[in-house]
Design a protein around this ligand. Sequence first.
Ligand code: RFL
Ligand code: PHB
Length: 387
Amino acid sequence: MRTQVAIIGAGPAGLLLGHILQRAGIGFVILEQKSREYVLGRIRAGVLEQGSVDILRDLGLDSDLDARGLTHHGIYLQYEGQRRHLDFVDLVGRTVTVYGQQALVRHLLAEHDRLGSDVRFEVEGVAPHGIDSGAPYVTTADGERIDCDFIVGADGYHGVCRPAIPGVTALERDYPYAWLGILADVAPSTDDLIYALHPEGFAMHSMRSLEVSRLYLQVDPSESIDEWPDDRIWEQLQTRLGVDGWTLHEGTITEKSITPMRSFVASTLEHGRLFLVGDAGHIVPPTGAKGLNSAIADVALLGRSLAARYGGDDSPLTRYSASALARQWKVQQFSQWMTEMLHVHREIADESTRAFRYRSQVGQLEYTTGSRHAQAALAEQYAGLPF
Ligand code: RFL
Ligand code: PHB
């Protein structure tokens, strides 16, 4: 078989790139190792920047987003029993949209089905070859060979494409905490998302719809979900999110899992005919809601660059890695800043040093919520840097 672009991975990055190429009249195939059911079952991210929403609209992929997406005008930051609202519309004239990654993936896939796109699931042993040559190709475990012009690694953090780049390195850091996330059948108890620093740890209240809440708790990375029966989860959410005169409504927990947190940036997003997008090239801790949005930003840039290349202009494609990484490092900084401001640093053994750290985080939150300049800086980054 021959196609123009072979995309490895059917997460949001791979599926969206397929739509961008389809609109540009560029042929593609998407090869995914997991089953369709598995891909549709992953829950993950929930917040789209305005720029991500604009891209989906430009591509005409906004019908489900309009039906389910919830426009949010800001967020709450909470600490020391106070809950302060940051109004993004007032501060920077922008909004964000709460729309589950799961719903986005379902819609992107349904549209590929409607268009008859070549999206293949349960493809084992996908491997990129010849990326240094003008004739790259992909092979699979069952002996298929797909010749192409370009290979795109949209295969996430554990994928095969990044390791195929000779000499690729990465800068990364782990965090001494993880997130326990739940989905619960209960109407959200808040209009905008709440991010809370509490002496017992970070907590967050998000949502998926007017009937389903999504909530998170800081836990130790070594903890197992078995140590967290539903009663204990609600008790900790009540403690960490509670403020006077407000009620957190509880409901049936339908999903719960623990996710470690990491920051990671590959040294390059391209080598010869291979390009990386999304989690294959970089990971952020989820506190800034940037992972999915960074994947969308990469794909928008790469899609445009490939279209220019087929139109005879090589230059955007030669700048892809440098441009995407320049934006990504700003996003890395913001995600790390939000994460460290809002999590309790239990790993600090000395009690006085730990208390100093906590009090300075409270000071940082006082400044961030009290200064209009600081509020605007947070709002500008949370609502999304230009693509
Ligand atoms: P994905 O979604 O990991 O998809 C990669 C796909 O590639 C497949 N694959 C392969 N296919 C073929 N052959 C191989 N050898 C392959 N190896 C892997 C995989 O099966 C998979 O289908 O990467 P992509 O498309 O780059 O998308 C990235 C996003 O999924 C990720 O950044 C976000 O979910 C991160 N994230 C958040 N991002 C936000 O923007 N806003 C948020 O609010 C937000 N919250 C979150 C998050 C991630 C979380 N977890 C669980 C990691 C909250 C959580 C809890
Ligand atoms: C989510 O709704 O899953 C979500 C929202 C905001 C974040 C992370 C996750 O920062």
